[in-house]
Design a protein around this ligand. Sequence first.
Ligand SMILES: Nc1ncnc2c1ncn2[C@@H]1O[C@H](COP(=O)(O)OP(=O)(O)O)[C@@H](O)[C@H]1O
Ligand SMILES: [Mg+2]
Length: 217
Amino acid sequence: MVLRVLMTSPKGGVGKSMMARNLAVAAAWDGIKVATADLDPQATLTIWSRRRPKDVPQIPHYRVVWDEADALLDDQELSLHDVIMIDTPPSIETQPRAFSELLAAADVTLVPCRPTFDDAESAAPFLRHLRDEGKRAVVVLNFVKPRVNINAVKSYLLEYGDICPVEVADRTDYARAAAKGLGLIDVPNHVGADEIGGVWKFVKGQIWRKRRGKTKG
Ligand SMILES: Nc1ncnc2c1ncn2[C@@H]1O[C@H](COP(=O)(O)OP(=O)(O)O)[C@@H](O)[C@H]1O
Ligand SMILES: [Mg+2]
C-alpha cells in the first residue's frame, strides 16, 4: 500500500520542490521504495529527476497534469511504491476539486514556510483552511538562519497546525546539489544530511502510524 506525502503551500519559493526531492532521497537511502510526482507545470522536480546520476539510488518519477491527478489516488496503479512524494504548484486554487481529493488522500501534508512573520501570516489562512477540511498540516520551517530566535513565529504557527521538530537551515548547497540531480543525503558527510534525515524520520513516524491505522481499519 502506497503512502502519500503532499508538499503544498500557497506561496512559491518556500521549498516545496526542495523538500520533495530531499525527502525522496532520504527515503531511498533508508531502503524505502519511493517515487516522486510533479503536478507543477514549471516542472522543477521533473527536471531534477532527469538530471539524477546513475550512481545514486534511483527514484521513479511521474509528471502529472491536473486533469489526470486521479492517477495519484489509485493505490493499484502505485502499488510498486511504499511512499510517493507529491509536489504541487503554488496556484492550487485553480484546481479546487482535484486538490481537495489529493488532500483527502494524503497521509501527511507538509507546508514548508520561511521563519518570518510575513511568511507565517500568509501561510495561516491556508493552514486554517486545511484544518477546516479536517487535515492538520505539518509546517516545516525552511531557510532557518543560525542564531535567530524564531520562537514567536513558531508559537503563532502552532495555532494553525503542527510544526516539524527538525528545522531546515538556509544552505546554498540545496541548490548546488539540485543542479546535479542530487539531494543533500547523496553528498557524502554533508552537514545538512542531519536535518533532512531528521525531517524524514519525523515524516516516516507520521505516515507509518497512518498505515497501521489503515491496515487495522
Ligand atoms: N533551505 C534552503 N536553503 C537554501 N536554498 C533553498 C532552501 N530551500 C530551498 N532553497 C532554494 O530556494 C529556491 C526555491 O525553492 P523551491 O523548492 O523551488 O520552492 P517552491 O517549490 O516552494 O517554489 C530554489 O532555488 C531552492 O534550491
Ligand atoms: Mg516548486
